[in-house]
Write a new protein. Sequence first.
Length: 444
Amino acid sequence: MPAPRPLAVRPLEGAVDAESLFLRLFADEQAAFWLDAGDGAADGWSILGAGDEEPDPAAVRSVPLTAARPDTTTELPFAGGWVGWLDYELGAAALGAPVAGSVPSGAWMQVSRAVAVDHAAGRAFALAPAGDVDRWRARVQEVLHPGAPAPVLEPASVARPATARHDVAGYIGLVEECRAAIERGDAYQLCLTTRFTVPRPEHPIDVYRRLRTVTPAHHGGYIRIGGRHLLSASPEQFLAVEGGVASTSPIKGTRPRGATAEDDVRLAEELRTDVKERAENVMIVDLMRNDLSHVGVPGTIQVERLWEVESYPAVHQLVSTVSVRLREGVTVGDLSDAAFPAGSMTGAPKLSAMTLLHAFEKVPRGIYSGCFGHVGLDGRLDLAMVIRSIVVEDDIAYVGAGGGITWLSEPAAEAAEVAVKARAPLAALGATVPGEWAAVVQSR
């Protein structure tokens, strides 16, 4: 396949409903994407489009991140390159950790046409190769005028319990094994995960539409490549690169939203001040500082924010941001090898944590715990964590969920956190956590 070309940009006229536009332009494409700033977004960008499956992962890995090509410079966050994901096991194997099953290579598409929506300014743009961009703009404009709202979305079917990989007692037992490993000094934090599975939905895009409505997130997205679908309401930006500066914003620390305004404020403040949650978060900040130092200019690592509470429809999260100026010549592959999988999904020290988790979990995580987003020819990228997500493949759909375990972890509280995180994605599928998982939340 020829290398991707930069995409020319043409402004569009009129308001753009990203949901309606995706359904009308890209719903039937074999390789399509909707990188979503969230339902009702008032800022940020949504980028939606289609392309061709990339047969050579090395093409993405070789993109330089520190020297933008003059012909790709644009105010848009993306103007040509790839959209896709990396599976957790790809990064774990690259760092020397044992993995269950075969090692996947991730999946990417070369973007051939797209629409970018600037929610803050209320503008939109058509993107395509220079020879096709005017024709593509006319096609998009034709769909926009007269604009049509997205079709009415049917509610999910009657909720049925998902199948859990672990029962509550089994997960709590694994939490205790994590704590024992920490007590031995084998790790000081471990991100223990599990999975909830349901039969494959008939229309994954409708499931994503429900998910984004219930849990809008600034790094959500729907990607379809090679028969697999990723539906994500991710609130966590894993890696961003702009102007040769890389940043990561790990999330560690969770509380559910309160039933009343007063309860909600109490829970947010409890999260902000909790000793265990702050320790869990700063451990990953320190790990990401170390990871980024391998590709950064010495002395340029910064912790830009620490222990900020961000609130989403279902949960409060404790978030920090670390950045570094990249050394000249650093590529996407270099950055991936240094920082992926994200420390917030492994624990620390990273290699020891992944080795222990392999022994505890015993099965692949797959796309869950990986990352997804766009890699641009101009040296910019934006990758989100695959959390609060649904993966549809073969005849199933699954939701992964987990949490960071430290010596101060309370096993029942960790199980409750898993159930809280899994509820919204499962609801979009017309499913619930099994009864015993729901009960552990109610008991807290």
